[in-house]
Design a protein around this ligand. Structure first.
Ligand code: C5P
Length: 222
């Protein structure tokens, strides 16, 4: 089989990481969660009181930062400067700030450079917002996952409750919509379907149905 590069983009909480992990597992490919990289920098900035609107300070911070993504049974462990921050980067404080960090062009340039290095050898499933448009514009397979805000909030709500986290459905709807708005309206590499991406509306699909559709695309390329 060829070592394909599979780009999965879409708005917040559309199920990208769930689906990407399963597809990567089936193909024995590397799964790379690029959102975790922006989240890690955001977590570090918040922890070290760096102003999220100060682009130079963030560029400097990122230049002194290592972010490692390590495959694991749960999908992926995230190491920030050698420390496991897999859980910390999912905190609400990070989720609600990360889009402000991700608007800066210098930050994005450096992140994209690191992501391209990770994807260089192929056999990767990478998820994010700009993978098909900027990180791997020549990816063999590009998927854009969509679902309504209500559906995405509902799924995230159920996920939170099942993990025993406190969760407020209306609040989730607001947070998801706000994050999508910032991600879609930013000047540099906004969230956008690549022209040659296959759009999958997951609103009324199960996880395995979405996975099957992507595997079909893979088989056609194989
Ligand atoms: O995918 P996840 O929800 O973890 O991404 C967190 C945030 O990181 C997104 O809302 C977006 O602001 C930013 N991001 C990005 N480009 C990517 C991946 C994530 O701007 N490729």
């Amino acid at each position: 089989l060829k070592k394909l590069r599979i780009a999965i983009d879409g708005p917040a909480a559309a199920g990208k990481s769930t689906v990407a992990k399963i597809v990567a597992g089936k193909l024995s490919y590397l799964y790379i969660d690029t959102g975790a990289m922006y989240r890690s920098l955001t977590y570090k900035a918040l922890s070290s009181n760096v102003d999220l609107h100060d682009e130079n300070a963030l560029n400097q911070l990122l230049s002194e930062t290592t972010i490692e993504l390590e495959p694991s049974e749960v999908g992926q462990l995230v190491y920030l400067d050698g420390n496991d921050v897999t859980d910390e980067i999912r905190q609400a404080s990070v989720t609600n700030s990360v889009s402000h960090v991700a608007v800066h062009s210098g930050v994005r340039e450096e992140m994209v450079k690191r992501q391209q290095l990770l994807a260089k050898e192929g056999a990767v499933v990478m998820d994010g917002r700009d993978i098909g448009t900027h990180v791997i514009p020549d990816a063999e397979i590009k998927v854009f996952l969509l679902a309504s805000v209500d559906e995405r909030a509902q799924r995230r709500h159920e996920e939170n409750l099942s993990k025993g986290y406190p969760s407020d459905l209306e609040q989730l709807k607001g947070e998801i919509a706000r994050r999508d708005k910032i991600d879609s309206e930013r000047e540099v590499a906004p969230l956008k379907k690549a022209e040659d991406a296959t759009e999958i509306d997951t609103t009324s699909l199960s996880i395995s149905e979405v996975v099957d559709q992507i595997m079909l695309l893979v088989e056609r390329k194989g």
